[in-house]
Design a protein around this ligand. Structure first.
Ligand code: GUN
Length: 289
């Protein structure tokens, strides 16, 4: 029987702990963590993600601040907003929703965020700390959530398991590989140029897929009993009309082979948001001293 990895329920449980931690921080230090979310432009998916992040931060007792800027915002204007947030002692976490409009250099914006407030964990200081295994790193939310989910399912121990990560983005694939390595898994990073991907993937005990190709991973790519983590969120048109969200894994086919699999939606998505709340809480605590 395949186990469905229910990210929604686990995220709810973690969120209850964050709520307790937030309330204790308020009682003991009179600090309420505040997450600032910056949205540039009108991307509909980004608007939905930002409103979820804000809503859930507030649900745990945190404060949230939204800075909404037009598509035409210049790099200089955005840098100015970030420097105001960096200097504001009441803001503990800063998240600039990606993607940014094409005329803005994303790397330069990320590097402008104070690393102590970088709750996305994208700043080179935080990726460097993650790479070096320094505990104080703020770790990117999606990989952090995926590892929490896998460890929760696998009794916390991933030692010696073969983990294959398909996709090597800065947001998911690369930090995911580092986190799995820290858990003492044997890690392979695969991508669109990897030769004979199905044969390679069939060796994986843990298969993480983050490529943005609907239904790429089929049943015959997966070893019997493997744990499959689907990071994809793809909107596709239904033949009968309308549209729906699917992952990068052929869920029905792969469910007949995998030992455990994340659904889309309801798997990785809620874990990403709760990891952001954990990072915001940690950032607030780190800024006390
Ligand atoms: N766009 C897609 N995923 C993310 C994320 O984790 N953080 C930010 N800031 N933007 C995103």
């Amino acid at each position: 029987m395949t186990i469905v990895l229910d990210g929604k329920t686990l995220a709810q449980k973690i969120s209850e702990q964050v709520t307790k931690d937030v309330s204790k921080l308020k009682a003991e230090h009179n600090i309420t963590p505040c997450l600032a979310v910056v949205l540039v432009g009108e991307d509909p998916a980004s608007k939905i993600y930002v409103s979820r992040k804000k809503r859930q931060a507030v649900a745990t007792g945190m404060l949230s601040k939204e800075i909404t800027l037009p598509e035409t915002t210049s790099k200089k204007q955005l840098l100015k907003e970030i420097s105001l947030l960096n200097a504001d002692p009441n803001v503990h976490g800063i998240l600039v929703q990606l993607p940014l409009p094409k005329h803005i250099d994303t790397a330069q914006i990320i590097e402008a965020i104070d690393p102590r407030k970088d709750v996305d964990g994208f700043h080179p200081v935080n990726s460097g700390r993650l790479f070096s295994g320094v505990n104080s790193a703020l770790v990117p939310c999606t990989p952090r959530g995926c590892v929490t989910l896998v460890k929760n399912h696998r009794g916390q121990d991933l030692t010696g398991l073969l983990a294959i990560v398909i996709g090597c983005s800065n947001i998911v694939g690369k930090p995911m590989a580092q986190l799995l390595l820290q858990e003492k898994a044997t890690v392979i990073m695969a991508h669109s140029k990897t030769q004979d991907l199905p044969t390679l993937c069939r060796k994986a005990d843990i298969l993480v897929v983050a490529v943005g190709v609907p239904g790429l991973v089929k049943a015959d790519w997966v070893k019997e009993g493997a744990t499959v983590i689907d990071v994809g969120i793809n909107r596709i048109n239904n033949p009968e009309g309308g549209s729906c969200i699917v992952g990068d894994v052929d869920y029905v086919g792969v469910s007949s082979v995998a030992g455990a699999i994340t659904p889309v939606p309801g798997g990785v998505g809620p874990m990403t948001i709760v990891s952001l709340l954990q990072n915001t809480y940690a950032a607030a605590v780190n800024q006390i001293y």
